[in-house]
Design a protein around this ligand. Structure first.
Ligand code: F6R
Length: 242
């Protein structure tokens, strides 16, 4: 694993965006796995401004997002579909039919998960998977537990996850209780994983995920097994690393 530590949010965002941009420049038909949440917002902002400078095009890029809340329609402002349009897709030349998120309103969620896995399989391996890390060690919405699931599945969100995401909703009650998420098998099959973590509140979980035992109780720890893991941290998130 390659750990890079940055002094300041902007430098970190720029470095992450440069890695993604470099991939698209060398492989215009790249297949990207994307994340939502607070962490990637600045990375997407950099990608949009590089795109506007004409540095590369997303015309042939395909994307698969990690997850979507179950029960939220795509046009709900806090759906991950709306997040991706707001932060990235509406500002670049990506072809909408080449962007994918699980449908949180699918009448048969299990069937939707199977459909999503088939789409990912058809696209071939993800060239790069961008990941954030939950305070409890989740990646995507693969929450800590006795076992983890390989493919896309419906998951109960941990209370800590709902509480962390309540900042985007009017109240905790409005935060969905379930989500459709890519499984750890799919995540780990990506050719490259770009894990980005920021903030002192994540320092303990960064230490557990990167230097603790590999365990389903901390799904992020499975990333230690990946042959091409690049970790970008700010100084606060890195402060407990040995
Ligand atoms: C987002 C996702 C989550 C987040 C994680 C960190 O698509 O799957 O695993 O990456 O919850 O969220 P932030 O960045 O808001 O701290």
């Amino acid at each position: 694993m390659n750990i890079l530590i940055f002094d300041g949010d902007e430098k970190l965002n720029e470095a992450a965006a440069n890695i993604i941009a470099g991939l698209i420049q060398t492989k215009p038909r790249a297949v990207l796995g994307l994340a939502t949440g607070g962490t990637p917002v600045g990375i997407y902002r950099h990608l949009v401004s590089d795109f506007k400078l004409g540095m590369f095009s997303f015309k042939e890029v395909t994307t698969f997002n990690l997850d979507e809340y179950a029960g939220l329609p795509a046009d709900h402002p806090e759906s991950y579909y709306a997040y991706m349009r707001r932060n990235l897709f509406d500002h670049i030349d990506i072809q909408p039919f080449q962007t994918h998120l699980p449908n949180g309103k699918a009448p048969d969620a299990e069937e939707e998960c199977r459909r999503y896995d088939e789409l990912i399989d058809k696209a071939g391996q993800l060239d790069l998977q961008l990941l954030g890390l939950g305070h409890n060690g989740h990646i995507g919405f693969n929450e800590p537990g006795d076992e983890l699931i390989g493919g896309t599945h419906v998951t109960e969100l941990a209370e800590a996850t709902r509480e962390a995401n309540a900042r985007y909703f009017q109240s905790l009650d409005e935060v969905p209780t379930r989500a459709l998420t890519m499984g750890v098998g799919t995540i780990l099959k990506a050719k490259m994983i770009l894990l980005v973590v920021k903030g002192a509140d994540k320092a303990d979980i960064v230490k557990r995920a990167l230097q603790g035992p590999i365990t389903t109780k901390c799904p992020g720890s499975l990333l230690q097994t990946h042959p091409n893991l690049v970790v970008l941290l700010d100084q606060a998130a890195a402060e407990k690393l040995a």
